[in-house]
Design a protein around this ligand. Structure first.
Ligand SMILES: [Zn+2]
Length: 292
């Protein structure tokens, strides 16, 4: 799933390639992906891409004041195409292609564009056409962006203060902090040497400062690694930069302990017992509930 660093990189990538270009048309192949009807998606045809920005994990193409807002969800991705002039018209069907955005040809006659694809059977990828990105419910509800300078230690202290949820859940709640998902919350907690099950409100001032440092450093490093990469190379880069996420059974590169996995909410999380939980493996609550 693309999270803040990958979406930030896609934002730069699209800004360099799409800004200033006219949209020829937007083909919606997976009808369920389009979440709005006014303005219609056809309204984008003939408009010029004037800006590309990011809101949490949402991509926002400003096209002369009409915004195409994209949420790639768990299995979605963006694929840049250098020339779509010979591309076949797309029919709704089984393939991964959800949306195709065609741009006007350049001086060399190449008509580039990009495609939004979604793997798997769970279709969550979402696009919105709107005059105001804040009308998108997921955008309107976003918490502060951790790369914004207003995200200070004090801001994090206000967020965790009195919050009785586990820190892992808090970190990936988009309404609390924008842009962090399952992978980077594992990475942040490993960097902060903190148990994912720790209750937010119990953090000391020193732990909040450590967590803040871990959030900002982890995301900034990932953004730097991803910077300048082509969209197609981002997935591999994300995977290679992860220290605990999806690395169950492998040695921790900080202490050498074996990375473990435990179920959490609708998926699972990975962590290093020595670095994060005093050497003690976390109990799998789902499993222990089943055994009772
Ligand atoms: Zn470790």
């Amino acid at each position: 799933m693309p999270e803040l660093p990958e979406v930030e990189s896609l934002t730069h990538f699209l800004r360099e390639r799409a800004v200033g270009r006219t949209i020829l048309g937007v083909d919606v192949v997976a009808f369920q992906a389009l979440k709005t009807f006014d303005p219609p998606v056809t309204a984008l045809g003939g408009l010029t891409v004037t800006g590309v920005s990011r809101h949490g994990k949402f991509l926002d193409l400003d096209c002369d004041g009409v915004h195409l807002v994209i949420h790639l969800a768990r299995a979605g991705w963006l694929r840049w195409r250098e020339d779509l002039s010979g591309a076949k018209p797309v029919r709704p069907g089984k393939g991964p292609l959800a949306v195709r955005v065609r741009l006007a040809p350049d001086d060399e006659g190449l008509a580039p564009g990009f495609e939004l694809t979604e793997a798997g059977t769970q279709k969550r990828l979402a696009v919105y056409v709107t005059k105001n990105p804040d009308d998108v419910p997921g955008v309107a509800a976003l918490g502060p962006d951790p790369l914004d300078e207003s995200f200070t230690v004090d801001a994090l202290k206000r967020i965790v203060g009195g919050n009785r949820t586990q820190i892992k859940g808090l970190l990936r709640d988009q309404k609390i902090i924008a842009g962090i998902g399952n992978a980077y919350s594992d990475e942040v907690l490993h960097a902060a040497k903190m148990s994912p099950f720790k209750i937010a409100a119990t953090l000391t001032d020193a732990q909040i400062a450590d967590l803040h440092e871990a959030i900002v450093a982890t995301l900034r490093e990932a953004v730097e690694r991803a910077h300048g990469l082509a969209a197609k190379d981002l997935k591999a880069e994300k995977k290679s930069g992860l220290r605990v996420h999806n690395r169950t059974g492998q040695p921790c590169d900080v202490c050498g302990d074996t990375i473990r996995e435990v179920s959490f909410a609708d998926s699972s999380l990975q962590y290093c017992p020595t670095c994060q939980t005093g050497g003690k493996p976390l109990a799998d609550r789902r499993l222990s509930r089943l055994l009772k």
